[in-house]
Design a protein around this ligand. Structure first.
Ligand code: SF4
Length: 360
């Protein structure tokens, strides 16, 4: 896969001597550089797509450690924490929620003060030695798509490998795993891929690694000692989904060891009015905004419940026929959908415990 590089770099004044800025300048010697007093000067006037072409290097303001938004809105929660060491993503999936979430702030950012983020996390882990934390870096960014430039994984993997009450999830649609192969995760890091039916990958996930490349990368990190995870999220009710999804499941697990799979999640497309408008305004036509969408407790529209549950149940059937011991969960769904899909509504704490058990 071609590795992404920016058209220009914008560095916040005072951060140009940071380790990250110096690393980027050494790796991108021919890329134009602007030093700016206020990183907002880098925000493009010409739209979301332009934002993905420029890299902003700046300090992160505020707390790094956040609770995943699913925990606040009447959805069953798996107690997931997110840390944002970057914002925005070089890929261009038609359905990406960042088109809404970062609409006013789209330049691709990497943060220089990673050490402060890790110190914040370290303090939280020490305050709660009785808990095991699941922490992900793939909420506002792809966890690995810029790793060939930033080497962020070289700081994160040793940090988690040295701790007994936290598991890191690196979530990606890239095959950027070279750094990981040189590190020892000591059972504390799960590398996970968002995957989909082949036709959705080809038509909607522009710039991301092919399904074949993602599977090859998963095979390689598994062989290097990592557990892996998969997210069928968003499931799209396209023509042929009942053939497309089992075909992807078969392709994945023909080559991967299911005993080294930490978790597989399922999620439905979640749509805000602004995201729907952004998808419709894209230059390439997208097939994801089809079918009847119904608003949920969190204000987001989803596929109507009957079809959602049918898709989840079929997915469970196909996944369990491969290996019924793989930990499975559904993401951002209310108790009623859990009940109809799994026949039970686990307490939030139980979901978290099962997933921690899958990763350890
Ligand atoms: S890989 Fe994820 S973050 Fe990147 S464009 Fe696609 S959906 Fe958005």
């Amino acid at each position: 896969m071609n590795r992404w590089t920016p058209d220009a770099i914008w560095i916040e004044r005072d951060e140009d001597a940071s380790v990250l800025a110096r690393r980027l300048l050494a790796r991108l010697p021919d890329t134009p550089v602007h030093i700016v007093g206020d990183p907002r000067e880098a925000e493009p006037l010409d739209g979301f797509g332009a934002g993905k072409r420029r890299l902003v290097v700046q300090r992160h303001r505020g707390s790094f450690l956040q609770h995943c938004p699913a925990g606040t809105t009447g959805m069953v929660c798996c107690n997931y924490l997110v840390m944002n060491f970057a914002a925005n993503c070089p890929f261009d999936c038609s359905y990406c929620f960042l088109q809404d979430y970062l609409a006013n702030n789209p330049a691709l950012k990497v943060f220089t003060n990673v050490g402060e983020g890790l110190a914040e996390l370290d303090a939280a882990l020490r305050r709660h030695p009785e808990r095991t934390f699941r922490v992900g870096t793939g909420e506002l960014a792809d966890s690995l798509a810029l790793d060939h430039l930033t080497d962020l994984s070289c700081e994160l993997v040793p940090f988690f490998a040295a701790r007994s009450n936290a598991v890191l999830e690196l979530k990606t649609k890239s095959d950027c795993i070279d750094n990981l192969l040189r590190l020892d995760p000591k059972e504390r890091v799960v590398v996970s891929w968002s995957v989909n039916a082949e036709t959705i990958v080809a038509d909607e996930e522009h710039g991301a690694a092919s399904l074949e490349a993602r599977i090859t990368a998963a095979e390689r990190v598994q062989a290097a000692g990592y557990k892996v995870g998969f997210h069928f999220d968003p499931l799209i009710a396209h023509d042929g989904w009942e053939e497309g999804y089992p075909a992807t499941i078969a392709k994945l697990f023909r080559r991967l060891d299911t005993r080294r799979v930490a978790w597989v999640s399922l999620g439905s497309l979640r749509m805000t009015p602004r995201l729907k408008a952004a998808i419709k305004a894209r230059p390439q036509k997208s097939g994801v905004v089809t079918g009847e969408l119904v608003p949920g407790a969190d204000g987001k529209e989803r596929l109507w419940r009957g079809l959602r549950v049918q898709m989840y149940r079929r997915m469970l059937e196909w996944l369990r026929s491969v290996d019924d011991r793989m930990p499975l969960y559904i993401c951002m769904e209310p108790p009623g959908v859990w009940e109809k899909t799994f026949g039970e509504v686990p307490a939030d704490r139980q979901v978290a415990e099962r997933l921690v058990a899958g990763s350890a």
